[in-house]
Ligand binder design. Structure first.
Ligand code: KIV
Ligand code: ZN
Length: 498
């Protein structure tokens, strides 16, 4: 039978421990609401004794959120447990998450204690928490580096004391997947009352193993996973919710399921990233900007033939509208044709060839080619008539402490003319050279340069209006080099006078 995995989200507790990512109560409520829509089973809302702000956030989230269990973290300290219980008083379903370090490192160097004392404090904390709530989760901090015999003794005792969930954190992200899986299996086989509690994974990502460890944890018997959205958390972060959920969903043979509405994943990821001011890395699995982008020609062609050639997840399943075919210098004709078709251009093979050639020229100058760039390229391609005046070459000299000077070479009615002029800037110098060269008495009425999208590698669109003998003539051009675009636009207008 398919096994249901409980999703315990700790974005608002462990995730919020990231330096510089602290949230106020209103922001936490907004995220908690979205986590509820996403379908998480448990929201760890904070560590109430740590600050009045954290206490207040747990109170307000408890009032707002209806379906998930609201959980509050404590140390194995009575005062912490009392404050956590108080913060949860409005929660429909509540859990106290208490615990203590169990590894030799933590016992000696953090808690300055002995295993027997830790054993007693763990049991006492669970018993005390059970006085306030029926649902108590115990964490054995640094379980990843805890001796399995001792860990099993503690886990057996806390379950006897009333723990409903036992959390086995790999606090330092030290374990390898096999090792973590074996630890869970060892507890399943060596803790006599283990069937009275749910085993939970809580993995950190210091060696990049958090998702793998979590998965081997559930394969070996854990039924709850502690995760954060986008994998945020202390140091290298926690296990990413989206990775575990989609791994479970993509591998039916594992026979697990979660209650997550995967279509809410991207929305939740964006909200967490925005409110925490923590950008998601572009190549982050599932939610990164490039997770469903294809840029090499071979991959683009493959995806266009059949999406599953290069995608194991349908982007729509996680709330991404569509796979992105990113047009770059490595893209092939198939991708260009597809994108142009989406934009409404149906080109013959020869037209496509000609446009592809100009596309590659542009792609060499500009990293990504967007729809607006393509519109310009395609629009340009439609100008069948050869313009009467064409720019052959342009050389400008400008900069600080330099007199801007331009040398312009144009072809006009089959002849090539060259002229050099100076001006108050490179465009002024170039226009003066053109005017001298063509001996046209024109007045520049309007001159407009616009970046099409963003970035210093953008294309500049130039519109000019010139007046000649009382009539107005318009010119247009676009180029990554705005001086060239300006001269081309100027010549475009002058050509119309001719
Ligand atoms: O990583 C950890 O051990 C924790 C515990 C407090 C659950 O976050
Ligand atoms: Zn943690």
């Amino acid at each position: 039978m398919t096994k249901r995995i409980q999703i315990f989200d700790t974005t608002l507790r462990d995730g919020e421990q990231v330096p510089g990512c602290q949230l106020n109560t209103i922001e936490k409520i907004e995220i908690a609401r979205q986590l509820e829509k996403l379908g998480v089973d448990i929201i760890e809302a904070g560590f109430p004794v740590s600050s009045p702000g954290d206490f207040n956030s747990v109170v307000e989230i408890s009032k707002t959120v209806q379906s998930p269990v609201i959980c509050a973290l404590t140390r194995a300290v009575n005062k912490d447990i009392e404050v956590a219980a108080d913060s949860l008083k409005h929660a429909k379903r509540k859990r106290i998450h208490t615990g203590i370090g169990t590894s030799d490192f933590h016992i000696k160097h953090k808690l300055n204690s002995t295993p027997e004392d830790i054993f007693k404090r763990a049991v006492d904390a669970v018993k005390y928490a059970r006085k306030f709530v029926d649902d108590v989760e115990f964490y054995a901090e640094d379980a990843g580096r805890t001796d399995n015999e001792f860990l099993a003794r503690v886990i057996e005792a806390v379950i006897k004391a009333g723990a409903t969930v036992v959390n086995i954190p790999d606090t330092t992200g030290y374990c390898m997947p096999l090792e973590y899986g074996e630890k869970i299996a060892w507890l399943v086989n060596n803790v006599p009352n283990i069937d009275k509690a749910v085993i939970s994974t809580h993995c950190h990502n210091d060696l990049g193993m958090a998702t793998a460890n979590t998965l081997t944890g559930i394969v070996n018997g854990a039924r709850q996973v502690e995760v954060t959205m986008n994998g945020i958390g202390e140091r290298a972060g926690n296990t990413a919710l989206e990775e575990v959920v989609m791994a479970i969903r993509s591998h039916h043979s594992l026979d697990f399921e979660t209650g997550i509405d995967t279509k809410q994943i991207l929305k939740t990821s964006n909200l967490v990233s925005t409110l925490m001011r923590m950008p998601v890395q572009a190549n982050k699995a599932i939610v990164g900007r490039n997770a469903f982008s294809h840029s090499s020609g071979i991959h683009q062609d493959g995806v266009l033939k059949h999406r599953q050639n290069y995608e194991i997840i349908d982007p729509a399943e996680v709330g991404v509208k569509e796979s992105a075919i990113v047009l770059t210098a490595r893209s092939g004709r198939a991708a260009l044709k597809h994108r142009l078709q989406l934009l409404g251009y149906d080109l013959h093979a020869a037209e496509l060839d000609e446009l592809y050639h100009r596309f590659l020229e542009l792609a060499d100058k500009k990293k990504d080619i967007g729809d607006e760039d393509l519109e310009i390229l395609a629009g340009h391609g439609k100008k069948k008539a050869k313009p009467p005046i064409e720019l052959v070459s342009l050389q400008v000299m400008c900069g600080k402490s330099t007199i801007p000077t331009a040398t312009v070479q144009v072809s006009f009615r089959g002849d090539v003319f060259t002229e050099t002029a100076s001006g108050n800037g490179p465009i002024d110098a170039s226009f003066t050279a053109v005017k001298n060269l063509l001996k046209r008495r024109v007045r520049l009425e309007e001159f407009l340069i616009q970046a099409i999208t963003r970035g210093s590698d953008d294309i500049g669109k130039v519109h000019v209006q010139v007046e000649h003998k009382g009539d107005i003539y318009y010119g247009f051009s676009a180029n990554t080099d705005i001086v060239t675009a300006s001269v081309e636009a100027f010549l475009d207008a002058l050509g119309k006078i001719a």
